[in-house]
Design a protein around this ligand. Structure first.
Ligand code: GUN
Length: 294
């Protein structure tokens, strides 16, 4: 029987826990945590993500603000906004929503974010600390995946975790997280990518298979071992004339064929996505505590 890794339900549970913590802090006379987001341009998916982050922030009692900049904003103007946020003591942490318009250098932007406010965990200092196993902000999607596995009681120790996709946001930091010497990790990790030879022979060895390649319905049943735990990070809109909306949402996995093989699967939507947002809230609370010595 396939069981669901229900990210939506778990995110509600954890948001309630965060809301209780915030209530205790504000009852004791402290100001609430403040998360800010910077959104450049009008990318539809990015606008949805930022709106979801804002909604979730309010649900847990955080203050939330969004800095909306035009598509033709210069890199210098964006860096000035980041410096403003770096120096505003009322803001505990912020994210710059990616991707950015092509005329802006993403690395320059990330390098400008103050590491102590980098709740996405994207700055070089944060990534370096993470790789060394030192205190850091763990990137939100990898942290969300780890939380989803752990809170559903899925054993990771000694398991073979195969990750498909080596992005800076998901695959690369997740490979590090899952191989750590920690009770919630201790996996043997294989990181696969677009140049991997015999991909299916590797994915078929996975006890835990994480797919984050950004290609709709890429993984089929011939690539998955019976009883595997399957985590699908992908989310895509495919045109579908049979739907009233005109589209359907799919992941990187062909779920109707693959799910019956698996012991656990994340649905799309409602799997990894809600936990990514929860992780960002957890990181904001961590930043707040560090700033206030709480
Ligand atoms: N775009 C897609 N995922 C993310 C994320 O986790 N953080 C930011 N800032 N942008 C993203």
């Amino acid at each position: 029987m396939t069981q669901l890794l229900d990210g939506k339900a778990l995110s509600i549970e954890i948001k309630n826990e965060i809301a209780n913590t915030v209530r205790r802090l504000t009852d004791a006379g402290h100001r609430p945590p403040h998360l800010a987001a910077v959104l450049v341009g009008n990318d539809g998916a990015s606008m949805t993500y930022v709106a979801n982050k804002e909604k979730s922030s309010h649900e847990v009692g955080f203050v939330s603000s969004v800095y909306r900049l035009a598509e033709n904003t210069t890199e210098q103007e964006l860096l000035a906004t980041i410096n403003f946020l770096n120096n505003d003591p009322e803001i505990d942490g912020f994210i710059v929503q990616l991707p950015l318009p092509k005329h802006i250098n993403e690395q320059n932007v990330i390098n400008t974010i103050a590491p102590q406010k980098d709740i996405d965990g994207f700055t070089p200092l944060n990534i370096g600390n993470m790789v060394l196993g030192r205190p850091c902000f763990t990137p939100a999607t990898p942290l969300g995946i780890s939380t989803l596995l752990h809170r559903n009681g899925i054993a990771t120790e000694g398991k073979h975790c195969v990750i498909v996709g080596r992005s800076n946001i998901v695959g690369t930091p997740l490979a590090n997280l899952m191989s750590r010497n920690r009770e919630t990790a201790n996996c043997t990790v294989t990181l696969c990518h677009s140049r991997t030879a015999n991909l299916a022979s590797l994915t078929r060895q996975a006890d835990i298979l994480v797919v984050a390649i950004g290609q709709p319905e890429f993984i089929g049943p011939e690539m998955v071992k019976e009883g595997a735990v399957l985590v699908d990070v992908g989310i895509h809109r495919l045109p579908d004339a049979s739907r009233k909306s005109g589209y359907r949402i799919v992941g990187d996995v062909r779920h109707s064929e693959v799910d019956p093989l698996c012991s656990w699967v994340t649905p799309v939507p409602g799997g990894v996505g809600p936990l990514t947002i929860v992780s960002l809230l957890q990181n904001t609370l961590q930043a707040y505590r560090q700033h206030h010595n709480l």
